[in-house]
Write a protein that binds this ligand. Structure first.
Ligand SMILES: [Fe+2]
Ligand SMILES: [Fe+2]
Length: 305
């Protein structure tokens, strides 16, 4: 940030402080500020740092006080004087920017890890790569129209792709069986919601907590006929009610090993029939009221064969 800093001594001779790294400059200023009150001055030349003891007469003490306020900033545009406060403010600003960048980096990494985990779960049942993307986008749209705040909607967008992560614990012979599952096979298949929940439930991070709810409850049905716990109505968490509609809408419209893709007319009919049964009625209303936007997402993230 600074190429050079000058501290003005009481004899008005400017001493140059070279700062190769901003970090060095920061610690130097701190030391200077602290020691100056004890009539010491830190000077730096090249890589070397000097501690200079100043004269301690009353006059010098007064001038030392003034001196601590005079800091010059030199760059390509010339040299100008900054108050110590201004330079410290600039330092704080820079630290804040660095911190924000770091937080963004952590958040982005977290998003990628979560998204990849979701894709792993779906790949076990030969889902297309874009299925999780579409479910994420539909979920956010539902969340916004349902009245959740932007932050929660974004959280759900990131977590909903993990709904089937528990499928990593289900045998291939069941997941990819190109025929209807037997009763026993279906019972086994149903375990994926509990497996997913067990995988995610230990974290206290909001994103993982949200994902664990979604994994656990996305097969619960509004009328209480779903699994694993037969939860009913609004006892099913809103995150899971939303993910259920988003997931089924996308799954029906895509072809799988055991079925062809449904046409829109049939999907819409099922949604109307299942309003109040499988799905939260409010979400079905949101779906039809904003159909264009849901179809736009499907178009934007369609599978390329
Ligand atoms: Fe599932
Ligand atoms: Fe899915």
């Amino acid at each position: 940030m600074f190429e050079k800093l000058y501290l003005k001594e009481q004899d008005n001779v400017e001493k140059t402080i070279y700062n190769r790294l901003y970090e060095e400059h920061k610690s130097l200023l701190k030391k200077y500020d602290k020691l100056n009150r004890r009539t010491h001055l830190i000077l730096r030349q090249g890589d070397r740092e000097f501690l200079k003891r100043l004269k301690t007469s009353a006059k010098h003490k007064r001038s030392n006080k003034r001196m601590s306020m005079i800091i010059k900033h030199s760059d390509n545009q010339g040299t100008k004087t900054l108050s110590e406060k201004t330079s410290l403010e600039l330092k704080l600003e820079e630290e804040l920017i660095k911190e924000k960048e770091l937080i963004k980096e952590i958040e982005n990494t977290q998003k990628e890890v979560v998204y990849t985990m979701g894709a792993i779960g779906e790949s076990r049942s030969k889902e297309t790569g874009n299925h999780v993307k579409r479910v994420a986008e539909y979920s956010k749209l539902f969340a916004i129209y349902y009245g959740l705040c932007e932050e929660e909607a974004e959280l759900l967008k990131q977590a909903s792709p993990m709904h089937d992560i528990g499928k990593v614990g289900i045998a291939d012979s069941i997941l990819n069986k190109p025929a209807k599952l037997t009763y026993e096979e279906f019972e086994k298949m149903k375990e994926h919601s509990a497996i997913g929940y067990d995988m995610l439930k230990h974290s206290n991070r909001p994103l993982m907590k949200t994902a664990s709810i979604v994994a656990h409850e996305h097969h619960e049905k509004f009328d209480g006929s779903g699994y694993p716990n037969g939860l009913k109505g609004y006892d099913i968490h809103i995150y899971a009610r939303i993910t259920a509609v988003a997931d089924v809408f996308d799954a029906l419209g895509s072809s799988r090993v055991y079925k062809e893709a449904w046409c829109d007319e049939d999907i819409f009919k099922l949604f109307k029939d299942e309003r109040d049964k499988h799905f939260d009625p409010k979400l079905i209303d949101i779906f039809f009221e904003n159909l264009e936007q849901f179809l736009n997402i499907r178009e934007r993230f369609k599978d390329i064969n």
